[in-house]
Design a protein around this ligand. Structure first.
Ligand code: F3S
Length: 390
């Protein structure tokens, strides 16, 4: 892999350990995937923020980066943590977990990351279409590639962090136009009635597609929330980094074809629901809510009250909550919480006394059972709000 003179000096450690280790991560990746050079990036988005998922090793690594004066070179946003920014969860969770979580966030701040604490950084600042970026968080990667049109590989936390410090990424994979083409045609023959159906479709497709990029036909009415849910789910059960939506009936000869019908969606939805009891937590906001989703929840909840035996969390970024403060106020005065900086997957549900969660997110439905062993009820947002309210 070709390195400029300056990149070589970083590689050899002349700028210190933090930049050397970051450069070595990027060069290793580049060599592994056949990149010929590094290219500049517009931004990085770093996952690996929740102590629940990264543990003590991340604290040690971040501390070492910070102590050797590692600082980000481009805008670097970070994913949600295990606690909310209003410290409501911090008062309930064991202090040891909270302290370690706060230390991770503090270290990210020290190395210069912007504390967005959200998995939808594109609602705060949208990357340019065609811009090269280095993003981790699979739901944000698939959204950026497919809906925004910016270019990123499906980075892990360490490689996105390394890219943030160097300001570059190896030029391979989805940074090359020839690798962004669809290799499978998906014909959706099922009628999709809600964002939950789109999530179920995504989960079903992710299992079949693996890493392949699909061209999807049969979704003429899909809105932004629908596609966000579908993409997040597809990137959960599979490694899909991008999808194309065909709204004009392109002919796609010479590639594999898959058909999805009603039964596939119904079965996936049924499989995601493991409980038929009452939820003690209703969670909306995986991926974190857009302004439109906050507005929708406020309209659904206006004039009602959240039941005393259910918690209602609407998760988003601080930025979006502030922007939508009137709608957030309606939700909170009905007894819901517009919670920032965290989500039901990256916090500790069992420690918070949650046994059964209800959600409109296929991604959360998938992970809540796997990671926390809680019961799951999967349903569209309108049903979720109906169950949460009296
Ligand atoms: Fe975001 Fe948490 Fe879902 S980080 S994508 S809300 S699992």
């Amino acid at each position: 892999m070709y390195l400029t003179r300056e990149e070589e000096r970083i590689y050899d450690g002349e700028m210190g350990w933090a930049y050397q280790v970051s450069m070595r991560i990027l060069v290793k990746l580049g060599e592994l995937y056949g990149a010929s050079r590094l290219i500049p990036i517009e931004s990085a988005h770093i996952s690996g923020v929740s102590y629940k998922t990264v543990g003590d090793a991340a604290i040690e690594f971040l501390r070492a980066l910070s102590e050797s004066n590692g600082r980000v070179k481009v805008r670097a946003t970070i994913n949600p943590s295990g606690v909310d920014q209003d410290r409501i969860l911090s008062n309930i969770l064991p202090s040891d977990l909270v302290n370690r979580q706060m230390e991770i966030v503090r270290l990210y701040e020290e190395i210069g990351a912007t504390l967005t604490l959200t998995c939808t950084p594109y609602y705060i600042e949208t990357p340019k279409s065609g811009a090269h970026i280095s993003w981790a968080e699979s739901s944000a990667v698939i959204y950026a590639n497919s809906i925004i049109g910016s270019w990123t590989n499906r980075e892990g936390g360490p490689s996105a962090l390394a890219s943030a410090l160097i300001g570059k990424t190896p030029d391979y994979g989805l940074h090359r136009p020839e690798n962004r083409q669809p290799s499978v045609l998906v014909k959706v023959e099922a009628k999709l009635n809600s964002e939950a159906d789109y999530g179920a479709l995504g989960l079903y497709l992710g299992r079949i597609l693996g890493e392949k990029i699909p061209l999807i036909q049969g979704l003429p009415g899909a809105g932004e929330t629908d596609l966000k849910q579908m993409g997040a789910a597809m990137a959960t059960s599979g490694m899909v980094p991008m999808f194309h939506i065909d709204r004009i009936g392109r002919s796609a000869g010479g590639i594999e074809k898959i058909t999805v019908d009603e039964r596939d969606i119904i079965k996936t939805r049924l499989d995601l629901s493991t409980s038929s009891g009452r939820p003690d937590l209703v969670f909306i906001g995986c991926p974190h809510c857009s302004p439109n989703e906050i507005r929708l929840v406020s309209e659904l909840i206006r004039g009602r009250r959240v039941r005393s035996d259910v918690r209602l969390w609407i998760c988003t970024s601080n930025f979006i909550r502030e922007k939508m403060r009137e709608h957030a106020r309606i939700i909170e005065s009905a007894g819901g919480r517009v919670m920032c900086g965290t989500c039901a997957v990256v916090t500790w549900l069992k420690n918070l006394g949650v046994e059964t969660i209800m959600t409109n997110s296929a991604k959360t439905a998938y992970y809540a059972r796997l990671l926390d062993g809680v019961g799951v009820i999967f349903a569209p947002i309108s049903e979720c709000i109906n169950v949460a309210c009296q």
